[in-house]
Structures are given as structure tokens and as C-alpha cells.
Design a protein around this ligand. Structure first.
Ligand code: GLU
Length: 471
């Protein structure tokens, strides 16, 4: 059996879009699933719109997603000789011809066709003139005058195109630059691509491309056109719906494995399974299970899936991934063993790395800023007694073992007559500034004796200050 060879051919006119990433992913997964190859090609023939910054952004996004290519990156701008060779070949074989019709003439032709209620088609003036190459000549492909071209699409089923709907389209402009539908085919042929999975915005290009294969007597690839990714209002996903760039999701603190899990589920299914590891996807991905209906991008679902992937990621890995996010919160190069302990308490309750970093700030802070609500609700007069008692108890114990801490809290409960909850909440605010956090004992064990005593004492002073200023 021949190896499956798939490709991803982005046009470098912007960042990698969520929809493009899904296309890349499908092709990559199918290549990995079949032990085939995945080719990266940069479609940069539109020099006015292509930029190096976009090329770099696309590489960066693919690398983050862990989509590595086996061949390329090829750049269309460096392959013009190859395209020329195929143009000459098609002309020599009578499948293409030079046309010198002026733009004025084409305008008249179009107007006449429209008047008759037809499509604005080229009328074939130069088709059989056997013109030689001249400076102002374009090259047109000789499209069949009748019959049909049938696209056998693995996603959409058969789609029939009437050949007389297609005119003799231009494959090379008068300035010598080849056109899009032509170069795509020449690239796919010369790169031995045999499986093309792409967005269904390319369906209308496909019959033209298929005719070029036929003229060159090359077998057709397998085509699969996948529906576009939609936003919540079921229109094509765009900035109006939120971030559409892949790296924006990296910066929001999503894990690449969660993101690919979510992307793939936007257009492919495996029973009702939602959670997939990368290995799982490679093992299970198939073209048959690509869906016919469009997936709707839903950030809430993505967040939920990310939380699951965070829970399943080893603590050491998470700690490494968290460091740049901690730096964004102003926490500089913390010791990794300490970060690991912190992560252990936060991984079960974080939806993103960014959220985890924000929730981790109190572990590293020198001073705790109290959230207004937390301050009002818990750092009040009533908390003064248990907090003062706790400072006294904690000062007496040397080692902050779990057992010693439990004893200290029990003593405070007995002396104050309060339940644990009534003591723990003000302590939590004293230690973290917030009303929600990992367990108090876990936190105390991590931040250590000095900081705990300092923070609880400061909370006591803060309550006293407040009540004085009220007097
Ligand atoms: N360069 C095209 C795009 O960015 C893809 C062409 C193809 O998949 O055939 O949409």
C-alpha cells in the first residue's frame, strides 16, 4: 500500500486561525494514524499580502500545538521554475493555450454573456488559434466544453459539476505569474500528496483543480472538505466571537493537548467520547468520522476540557508550564520544587494556567492585598479573638507538622468556643487575601511558619486599625 501523504498549505497573510489549525490537525492526525507523511507548504504567491511575520506566526502556532511536519516547509515563491515547466508541458500537449484578448475585449465578452443571462465566461476566441508566447499573452487552460466533473468527497459525498459552467480559466498571467488553482495542483502532484483535507470554502476550486490532474494524466487525490468552524451565532468564526488566533489561546493559558482535543472534536467524533489524549487521537482518528455539520466554537467547553487536561498533566510538567505565567504576575524565577508544591494544590481547581498563576500569587507575595469583599466579610471584630489566639498557639510550636497544626486549631476552638469554619475563613483571608483557596493546612504547610505568623499578625493589626478608624 502507498503511504498516505497529507499537507497543510497556509497562505501567510495573518496569524494561524482556529479553523486553519483544525485543518492542519486533521491532516497531521491522519498522517500519524496511517504512519504516513505530513507536508507543510507556504502558499506565498500573493506577494502583496504575504509577510514573513505571518510565516513566523504560523510556525510558532504549529510548534505550540505539537504539529510537526515531515517535509517542507516549501515556499511557492521559490518554485516558479517548476510551475513554468508544467505550463509549457500543458501548452505543448494542447491542454492550454496563449491568449492575447485585451481587457476591453474581455469586458465586451462578459457583458454580452450577462445580457444573454449566462455567466461571464471567456468565449474561447484564442482557443484554437495556436498563438505563440508573447509579452502580453496569458495562458488559459482548455476546459472541456461538455460533460461533468464529479468530486468524490469523503466528507460530503459526490458533488457533480457541469463542465460548461467552467470557462477556459487563466493558469498564468501575462506577467508570468501562475495562478492559485494551478500552483496548488502542481505542488500537490510534485509533493506526492494523495489525501487533501481542507475547508469547504475550497469546494468550488476543486473541479478546476481536478481538470488539471486529468490533463496531466495524474490520479486524483482523496478529497475531504470539512465544514467551517462557526461562532455561537452560527456564522463563520471571526473576531466578533472572541479570539481566533491559536497563539491567543496559548497566551490565555490553555494546554496544547487540550486545545487539539477541543479542535478535533469540532469536526470529528468517536462515539460520545469527549476527552482524548494526543496518543488517543492518533490511534482513533479516521476520515470516516469527520462530521458533515459545522462545529460551533464554545469557549466554555474548551475551558472545561482544559481543566480536565490540567488535572491529568504531571505536576512537574505543569510547574514548568506555569513559570512564564507566574512571571507575568510579577513573580520572578521561583524555585521549581516550591512551584511544584504550589501547583499540586491548584491543579485540581484551575481551568487555565493563567488562572492558576493568578491564584498562586499569594504563595509568593510579601504582603497580602485583601479582596474588598473578603476583607468586609471576614476580617471583622469577631475574628479578632480567634486570630489572636491562633497567633499565640502557633508561636509556641516549632515544627508546623499537620498534627501540631491540628492541635493549635483545636486549642483555638476550645478557647473561643467557635467552630472550625468560623476560624478557618478569617485565617484564609489573612493568608491569601481571598475567600476561596486550597485547604488551609495545605497552604500553611507550603508558605511556612514565618510567613504564616506574619500574615495572621498583620490581619489582627488590620482589624484593629479598621475598628479604630470607625470610632
Ligand atoms: N492556501 C489555502 C488557504 O490558506 C489552502 C489551499 C488548499 O488547501 O488547497 O486557504
Amino acid at each position: 500500500m502507498v503511504d498516505i501523504i497529507t499537507r497543510f498549505p497556509p497562505s501567510p497573510t495573518g496569524y494561524l486561525h482556529v479553523g486553519g489549525a483544525r485543518t492542519a490537525l486533521f491532516n497531521w492526525l491522519y498522517a500519524r494514524h496511517t504512519n504516513g507523511k505530513f507536508v507543510l507548504r507556504i502558499e506565498d504567491t500573493d506577494t502583496a499580502r504575504s509577510t514573513q511575520a505571518s510565516v513566523d506566526a504560523i510556525f510558532e502556532a504549529l510548534e505550540w500545538l505539537g504539529i510537526e511536519w515531515d517535509a517542507g516547509p516549501y515556499f511557492q515563491s521559490q518554485r516558479l521554475d517548476i510551475y513554468q515547466e508544467y505550463i509549457d508541458r500543458l501548452v505543448a500537449a494542447g491542454h492550454a493555450y496563449y491568449c492575447t484578448c485585451s481587457s476591453e475585449k474581455l469586458e465586451v465578452m462578459r457583458a454580452a454573456a450577462m445580457e444573454k443571462g449566462g455567466k461571464p465566461k471567456y468565449d474561447g476566441t484564442c482557443r484554437d488559434r495556436g498563438l505563440a508566447k508573447t509579452d502580453n499573452a496569458v495562458v488559459r487552460f482548455k476546459a472541456p466544453l461538455g460533460g461533468t466533473t464529479v468530486l468524490k468527497d469523503v466528507v460530503k459525498g459526490n458533488i457533480v459539476f457541469q463542465n460548461d459552467e467552467l470557462d477556459d480559466f487563466i493558469i498564468c498571467r501575462s506577467d508570468g505569474t501562475p495562478t492559485y488553482n494551478f500552483v496548488v495542483v502542481i505542488d500537490d502532484i510534485t509533493m506526492n500528496i494523495n489525501t487533501i483535507i481542507r475547508g469547504d470554502d475550497h469546494v468550488m476550486n476543486t473541479p478546476k483543480q481536478m481538470l488539471i490532474y486529468k490533463a496531466l494524466d495524474v490520479p486524483l487525490p482523496t478529497y475531504g472538505h470539512v465544514p467551517m468552524v462557526l461562532g455561537s451565532d452560527r456564522t463563520r468564526l471571526s473576531k466578533r466571537h472572541g479570539a481566533t488566533s491559536v497563539t491567543a489561546y496559548r497566551d490565555m493559558g490553555f494546554l496544547p493537548d487540550a486545545f487539539i482535543n477541543y479542535l478535533v472534536r469540532l469536526g470529528w467524533s468517536f462515539g460520545d467520547q469527549e476527552y482524548f489524549t494526543r496518543e488517543d487521537l492518533i490511534e482513533k482518528f479516521s476520515l470516516e468520522n469527520i462530521g458533515r455539520s459545522a462545529g460551533v466554537f464554545d469557549q466554555e467547553k474548551l475551558l472545561a476540557l482544559n481543566a480536565e487536561h490540567i488535572k491529568a498533566t504531571p505536576i512537574k510538567t505543569l510547574a514548568q508550564l506555569l513559570i512564564p505565567f507566574l512571571e507575568q504576575e510579577g513573580i520572578q524565577a521561583p524555585e521549581s520544587a516550591f512551584v511544584e508544591k504550589v501547583v499540586e494544590t491548584l491543579a485540581p481547581r484551575s481551568k487555565t494556567l493563567k488562572e492558576m498563576a493568578r491564584d498562586a500569587v499569594f504563595y509568593f507575595a510579601d504582603t497580602i492585598a485583601y479582596e474588598e469583599k473578603a476583607d468586609k466579610k471576614f476580617l471583622k471584630q469577631k475574628a479578632l479573638e480567634p486570630l489572636t489566639l491562633l497567633v499565640a498557639e502557633l508561636e509556641q510550636i516549632e515544627a508546623f507538622t499537620e498534627e501540631n497544626l491540628e492541635d493549635a486549631f483545636r486549642a483555638v476552638m476550645e478557647k473561643s468556643g467557635l467552630k472550625l469554619g468560623k476560624i478557618a475563613q478569617p485565617v484564609r483571608v489573612a493568608l491569601t487575601g481571598r475567600t476561596a483557596s486550597p485547604g488551609i493546612f495545605e497552604i500553611i504547610a507550603i508558605i511556612g511558619r514565618d510567613k504564616v505568623l506574619d500574615r495572621v499578625s498583620k490581619a489582627v493589626a488590620h482589624i484593629k486599625d479598621k475598628s479604630e478608624s470607625m470610632e
